[in-house]
Design a protein. Structure first.
Length: 297
């Protein structure tokens, strides 16, 4: 467990780690997770170094992140070669962590996971979200997410990809921009006014990205303005794409913290309102599984 961007409350980190251990995970907490330098959890080199060690360590099977904020994208030039050399591992997070997930999935073909983070979510994780985390990472079942609103009906199959909308847009024009063609696109965000969402979706359209997706699933879009205005913008910006579009996936910044696999094959049924995983992407493990604390690094 480490912090790739902004610092988190140490007490929340410790509570989140205890929750992971209670769920049966063996834990290794990198000391860097508690560092603080302005709005970062330590200098870029310190944050990159912790992730570099986690990627190279054969004992580390999954990397959980403390929180979002800002800073993960600054690590990509420092870690690109390390990612390319690494044996694929489970990476799980959302928000600012989207830049790391996008690189690993979009550029290298890894399966990554849009799911809860240690300090932000794990201390207060609800039962359904804990179950989703364990089932998805443990290969126990293929999860089905209920979606709240159909913006355009239809059915599509493809590999799921996406994350935080503002982070994906910030990667455009950089070497780390990812191709969204033939994907079921998952987009979510927080604290963005409807006009801001309009601007970002327009940028994705004009960059030729939305027009090549097979389907679009929006998250709960927490604190993104009045619901009627929000839905009007999402519907208007996607109405002419000719693909199924749905709203309300409970993963990311909203109340729901379900874990979904980016790079995994899914079925989007925007008419009946669900997103169904079509494959198990992690080898099953025994559950509950005993754990031991790994030494800190």
């Amino acid at each position: 467990m480490l912090a790739p961007g902004s610092p988190a409350d140490p007490s929340r980190i410790r509570r989140g780690v205890r929750q992971l251990e209670a769920l049966g995970f063996r834990t290794r907490v990198y000391a860097q997770a508690f560092a603080r330098r302005r709005h970062f959890a330590g200098r870029d080199e310190l944050r990159a170094g912790a992730l570099r060690r986690a990627l190279a360590d054969p004992e580390v099977r999954a990397v959980f992140f403390t929180r979002g904020g800002f800073g993960a994208a600054r690590l990509l030039p420092l870690l690109e070669d390390d990612f390319r050399r690494a044996v694929p591992k489970i990476l799980i997070g959302y928000s600012d962590v989207t830049s790391l997930l996008a690189f690993a999935t979009g550029k290298l073909g890894w399966v990554t996971f849009h799911g809860p983070m240690v300090a932000t979510d794990l201390p207060d994780l609800r039962f359904a979200d804990r179950t989703s985390l364990l089932d998805t990472l443990g290969g126990a079942e293929r999860d089905r997410l209920r979606l709240g609103v159909s913006l355009r009906g239809g059915v599509a199959k493809g590999r799921l990809f996406g994350g935080c909308l503002s982070i994906l847009v910030s990667l455009l024009g950089t070497p780390y921009a990812v191709d969204l063609a033939d994907r079921i696109l998952f987009l979510e965000d927080v604290n963005e006014a409807p006009y801001s969402l309009d601007r970002m979706l327009t940028q994705l359209r004009q960059a030729g990205q939305l027009t090549r997706a097979r389907g679009i699933v929006f998250g709960e879009m927490a604190k993104c303005g009045r619901r009627s205005d929000l839905l009007a913008v999402l519907r208007e910006r996607t109405a002419d794409l000719g693909i199924p579009v749905a709203f309300g996936a409970p993963s990311g910044h909203g109340r729901g913290k379900r874990t979904v696999a980016f790079g995994g094959r899914v079925l989007l049924d925007a008419t009946r309102g669900f997103l169904q995983s079509l494959e198990t992407v992690v080898s099953p493990w025994p559950s509950p599984r005993p754990y031991r604390k790994l030494p800190a690094r």
